[in-house]
Design a protein around this ligand. Structure first.
Ligand SMILES: [Zn+2]
Length: 112
């Protein structure tokens, strides 16, 4: 089985993570307010890692997120990536990538 990435995205109903990333039924994804790297999110990603063999995490933030009115979404993505990489519960996660969705244009930009 080729494992797809586990996706952590905001629960905002204005965009579909499935459509955005071409996910299918059963693909691993976690949604919460602001795509925050909370203990719950890390627990879900850990389960995904062990049960589905996901070794890559994709983080999706979006520009008009109500959870981060005052911060730069790219900066927040970098901080969240740091938290995921530092988690002792995700030691074998090979790749963590972060993106910011611009809902107005539909573009998804990777955060370097
Ligand atoms: Zn949001």
């Amino acid at each position: 089985m080729t494992a797809k990435p586990a996706v952590l995205a905001c629960g905002d109903a204005r965009f579909s993570v499935h459509r955005l990333l071409g996910l299918g039924e059963g693909d691993a994804h976690v949604r919460n307010a602001g795509s925050a790297v909370t203990e719950d999110a890390i627990r879900s990603l850990t389960v995904s890692r062990h049960l589905l063999g996901t070794r890559e995490i994709v983080l999706v933030h979006h520009r008009d997120c109500g959870m981060r009115t005052f911060t730069d979404p790219a900066q927040d993505v970098r901080q969240c990536i740091g938290r995921l990489r530092a988690s002792p519960f995700l030691p074998h996660t090979d790749v963590v990538r972060g993106y910011v969705l611009d809902e107005r244009t539909g573009t998804l930009d990777e955060v370097p």
